[in-house]
Ligand binder design. Structure first.
Ligand code: CAA
Length: 256
């Protein structure tokens, strides 16, 4: 299939999907989310694809978040719809996918970018990767499941610190917290991710699917995801939101 924002390369039963908007640091606009959703569904229904790898184009960013320019003037109801649809099309779909998925984090994984990586079943990052959920500095909160998936991975206390400070952490710190599974040298990222994929692929696809379902059942609080969607939408149109996104676009620090 021909896409505008992603590239799919299938090799040895692995679909390597590259998000390809390097000038925007691979930020997730609506079209990219829709293309990823389509390609992931196609792969999942193809039994010869036994693992999906998601990565970003270039060496600077995996994904620098949801595309801020797309939602600057959104109302509360538009904000709510944006997050709800993104979750359904991509983030929840990935997290509950039967085919195992690995995020190969080649640089910044911020906001929706880290949420995308956390929706994958496993994560490998390069040494220079930077990870964080800086949404509160924009006057919003994580809206693609970050408030739920981050505490499930690193515990409530660490997640509170990361989300409330908006701090961006190193790959080594992310490894220490259990946010990622491995840190590798930049030139080894693809090779290391394929080695990990092959370690999964030698096992029963049926058991992998069942294990993913069982593991996810431990942290799938629908109440939490619903509350996130509500609180995310309530940020839109507020004075803080207007200041936060304006500051980003004007390349200055916000004043709250
Ligand atoms: N959305 C849209 N455009 C983005 C973007 C994003 N999330 N991140 C970067 N870009 C664009 C910049 O606007 C810039 O475009 P121009 O050249 O047209 O000005 C280009 O990518 C390069 O970015 P910078 O000039 O900012 O590069 P830098 O090296 O100075 O900084 C960075 C890199 C620290 C990653 C910085 O780009 C940044 O802070 N990005 C935003 C990170 C962020 O806040 N993400 C959360 C988004 S909100 C979200 O994801 C909500 C949700 O949960 C649903």
């Amino acid at each position: 299939m021909k896409y505008n924002n992603i590239i799919s390369t299938i090799t040895g039963g692995i679909n390597i999907i590259t998000i390809n908007r390097p000038k925007q640091l691979n930020a997730l606009n609506k079209e990219t989310i829709s293309e990823l959703s389509k390609e992931i569904s196609i792969s999942n229904s193809n039994p010869s694809i036994r693992c999906i790898i998601l990565t970003g184009s270039g060496d600077k960013a995996f994904v620098a978040g949801a595309d801020i320019k797309e939602f600057v003037s959104f109302t509360k109801s538009e904000g709510k719809k944006l997050a709800r649809e993104g979750q359904k099309l991509l983030f929840d779909k990935l997290s509950n996918l039967e085919t195992p998925t690995i995020a190969a984090i080649n640089g910044f994984a911020l906001g929706g970018g880290l949420e995308l990586a956390m929706s994958c079943h496993l994560r490998i990052a390069v040494q220079h990767a930077k990870l964080g959920l800086p949404e509160v500095s924009l006057g919003v909160i994580p809206g693609y499941g970050g408030t739920q998936r981050l505490p499930a991975l690193i515990g409530k206390g660490n997640a509170m610190e990361m989300i409330l400070t908006g701090d961006i952490i190193s790959a080594d710190k992310a490894l220490e917290l259990g946010l990622i599974n491995q840190v590798v040298a930049a030139e080894k990222l693809l090779e290391a991710t394929i080695i990990l994929a092959k370690r999964l692929m030698k096992n029963s696809p049926n058991s992998i699917k069942n294990a993913i379902k069982a593991i996810n059942a431990s942290d799938s609080s629908l109440k939490g995801f619903k509350e996130e969607n509500l609180q995310f939408s309530l940020c839109f149109g507020t004075t803080d939101f207007k200041e936060g996104v304006a500051a980003f676009l004007e390349k200055r620090k916000p004043e709250f």
